[in-house]
Design a protein around this ligand. Structure first.
Ligand SMILES: C[S@@+](CC[C@H](N)C(=O)[O-])C[C@H]1O[C@@H](n2cnc3c(N)ncnc32)[C@H](O)[C@@H]1O
Length: 359
């Protein structure tokens, strides 16, 4: 048993079964043993690979949309360039390279990174420093200074702790983590959830139906929306998830690129859940932003010319086979192309950014 499991067992012994949300928060964010504190491993040799790590084309296209948004806002200076969960800073570096075609934008950007992992903060600082870029780090979006803003979050929201409710015997119950048979961690049914906390239409769901939500994600989307309501800005949220509210258990653990049991070796695997884009859009529009999409990552990147960009890179000497593979991974239906979605949030009154204007 690892150190985090011992702590989780002690908490269960003291306070009873843990809500899944608490278990996931400990696994990912425990200050000493949480996954993102102790061993986040992103990239080819890690537990998972993200779109910016697949190809520079992803960050270049995201950067082009944000640069267009900056011009649409009247090219304000300074402009906060905010990234939530920047990983290895690959996306940030690719976006900044794209921004170089607009020297005034490069001059105007004031970079703010929201990152809880000290290890990833160090990796980001190292890579940005090598590129001669300075940034300010934050634990949450709340301390990012006000003002015009361009924001991006790729695979950030899927890493936030979720709640699960399960329908049992005509009642919704919270999913909890307890000590089960064989002295192993196990999922158990917790207290009944008041009917008013369950969305209309789901009160009589079939036995065993699982309902997920992510209060932290809605909270952060609401804060982004409030910023966009007071200052001009554009935010792009990219993640894997669903467009309409859905139900089903989407909690998963990834370790060394293979699926693992989420209750096994807590803190040693990356735990994620599908993002409810409808909930993000609802939270952001409730605080004043306009929402566009989500559309699939495949259609987003294709409509913005990822095919042409691949041609250019090929012409300038990049390996054709690598580019074909990267294109397929980023846009293919069996890869990230349909499961991943892109939601744009903008200040009220702003025109929809490309490629949402013709959708
Ligand atoms: C799955 S990684 C994605 C990294 C990067 N965006 C990419 O696409 O490669 C999740 C990122 O979010 C950060 N993170 C996770 N939970 C966080 C939280 N509650 N607040 C701030 N950052 C968080 C992680 O440390 C990591 O940088």
């Amino acid at each position: 048993m690892n150190a985090l499991e011992a702590l989780i067992r002690a908490e269960i012994a003291k306070a009873g079964p843990l809500p899944l949300e608490r278990y996931m928060a400990l696994c990912l964010g425990h200050p000493e043993h949480g996954y993102y504190m102790a061993k986040p491993a992103i990239g080819a040799a890690g537990d998972f690979t993200t779109a910016p790590e697949v190809s520079q084309m992803f960050g270049e296209i995201v950067g082009a949309v944000l640069a267009h948004g900056w011009q649409a806002m009247g090219s304000p200076a300074p402009v906060r360039l905010v990234e939530l969960g920047p990983g290895r800073a690959t996306l940030m570096l690719d976006m900044l390279r794209t921004f170089k075609v607009l020297p005034a934008l490069i001059e105007a950007v004031d970079i703010h990174l929201v990152e809880t992992s000290p290890r990833l903060r160090a990796a980001q600082a190292y890579r940005l420093n090598e590129a001669g870029v300075s940034a300010t780090w934050h634990d949450s979006i709340d301390t990012v200074p006000a003002g015009p803003m361009l924001l991006v979050a790729n695979e950030f929201f899927d890493a936030l702790p979720i709640r699960q409710r399960v329908m049992r015997g005509g009642e919704w119950r919270d999913v909890m983590v307890a000590i089960g048979p064989g002295d192993k961690l196990a999922f158990v049914d917790g207290p009944a959830v008041p009917a008013e906390d369950i969305p209309d239409g789901l009160r009589d769901a079939a036995e065993g139906t699982v309902l997920e939500d992510c209060p932290a994600a809605s909270d952060i989307a609401g804060r982004i929306g409030a910023r966009l309501a007071t200052d001009p800005g554009l935010a792009l949220i990219v993640d894997y998830g669903y467009r309409e509210p859905a139900h089903g258990d989407s909690l998963q653990a990834l370790r060394g690129k293979t699926f693992a049991d989420p209750l096994d070796a807590p803190g040693e695997a990356d735990l994620t859940a599908h993002v409810d884009f409808a909930a993000l859009a609802k939270a952001a529009t409730a605080t004043g932003a306009a929402a566009f999409g989500p559309i699939t990552q495949g259609s987003f990147l294709s409509a913005l010319g990822i095919g042409l960009r691949a041609e250019r890179l090929r012409a300038s000497g990049a390996a054709a086979q690598d580019l074909t593979l990267a294109l397929e991974r980023l846009t293919g239906a069996g890869a990230m192309g349909t499961l991943f979605k892109v939601l744009a949030l903008a200040s009220p009154g702003m025109a929809p950014p490309p490629p949402y204007e013709d959708r």
